[in-house]
Design a protein around this ligand. Structure first.
Ligand SMILES: [Fe+2]
Ligand SMILES: [Fe+2]
Length: 366
């Protein structure tokens, strides 16, 4: 029999997982595809994962293809889940095994437990990303790698979770039954109090922009080396002063900054005072990430850079060259920051520029 193995955290399972599963079955001619929600994945922070039983239940609700089987093998197992252990468990003498993974995982596979053995017992099926890293280690296994002929859509569990956190409809992102389950059990609502408050402070358009910035920031948080909680708060609040009609209350504070603050930048500075007052955010790093999200400045913290970049390239933004910058953001955060800084500079070069932006360009180079 031809057996496919498709693991992941599935937190939550979404439409693209369902598409990939169905297409893998069809294109590879699988007799069976086993879906394996991870128990304790080696590479992710367990604390932020939704309870395993719930992730399993959502998988059971999501797929309705008779060739698909949902397995709790990795969840029931004590300790960390490694792909090789799972493959060995399901390997039977006369079966042909296919291990379905994402293109971004392929680049890291050399670091997985007994990586060589994975290729011994299974054909690795790669989904998504047109280009994957052809490093020397991987070259020897090229004949054991199959690229699934399917153009994946940009959808991630991160996007689903953040969309929920912002109270925005996810019915076009997940299967109906999964949506119902998420609603019933009030999953992904841990920041809902904060987002509800932001929603009241800004226009609908700015609220969606804040959500998209948060999705973008949370997607890059790991590669930027930023903790997810700070990333969420800073991104979600970065424009909370944007719809304020009257800044006069903050006149004194702005004056104290003792520099030219052009009109489009004021909301960022005011935002850093406002989040202390309205949300009791004392964390200097978060406040600075809000404060410098428009101008940048020299020697920025990783969180400051993250909000700056996320605000620049979130999905609602559109300017020349942005696709290239988004592509870069998938594997090189620092370079993405530098591209964003330079594009801000070229847009502002004939306009009134906050001196901080010039200093940042001097500091980071063009
Ligand atoms: Fe802004
Ligand atoms: Fe913004």
């Amino acid at each position: 029999m031809k057996i496919g193995i498709y693991g992941g955290t599935f937190d939550p399972v979404h439409n693209e997982h369902v598409n990939i599963a169905n297409i893998a079955i069809e294109k590879l001619g699988l007799d069976k595809l086993i879906i394996l929600p991870a128990g304790e994945p080696p590479h992710k922070d367990v604390a932020v994962l939704t309870d395993a039983k719930r992730r399993l239940k959502m998988c059971e609700l999501a797929f309705n293809n008779p060739k698909i089987e949902i397995s709790s093998f990795e969840i029931d197992k004590k300790g960390k889940s490694y792909t090789i252990d799972t493959l060995e468990h399901f390997a039977k003498d006369d079966d042909e095994l296919f291990c379905v993974i994402g293109g971004d995982s392929l680049a890291e596979i050399y670091a997985w437990k007994q990586a060589d053995d994975i290729f011994e017992i299974a054909t690795v099926v790669v989904v998504g990303r047109d280009e994957y890293s052809n490093n020397d280690w991987l070259n020897k296994y090229l004949d054991k790698i199959l690229k699934l002929d399917y153009q994946t859509k940009e959808l991630s569990s991160t996007e689903v979770r953040i969309t929920c956190e912002f109270g925005v409809d996810i019915s076009n992102l997940v299967p109906v039954a999964v949506n119902d389950y998420i609603k019933k059990h009030e999953l992904y609502q841990s920041h809902r109090k904060l987002t509800k408050k932001v929603q009241k402070m800004i226009t609908e358009k700015k609220y969606i922009h804040s959500m998209n910035t948060t999705i973008c920031g949370m997607t890059m948080a790991r590669s930027a080396n930023v903790d997810k909680e700070s990333a969420f708060i800073a991104c979600a609040l970065h424009d909370c002063a944007k719809s304020l009609e009257d800044y006069s209350e903050y006149k004194k504070k702005l004056k104290k900054e003792n520099m030219l603050i052009p009109e489009p930048v004021v909301h960022a500075f005011v935002g850093s005072y406002l989040i202390k007052k309205e949300f009791n955010i004392q964390d200097k790093n978060i406040r600075n990430a809000v404060k410098y999200h428009t101008t940048a400045r020299p020697n920025m913290s990783q969180l400051e850079k993250l909000v700056y970049v996320a605000d620049c390239i979130e999905i609602g933004r559109d300017y020349e060259g942005i696709e290239e910058v988004r592509k870069t953001s998938k594997n090189d955060f620092e370079k993405t920051f530098s591209l964003c800084l330079n594009s801000t500079f070229s847009v502002l070069v004939d306009k009134t520029m906050c001196p901080l932006t010039l200093d940042a360009i001097d500091f980071y180079g063009r």
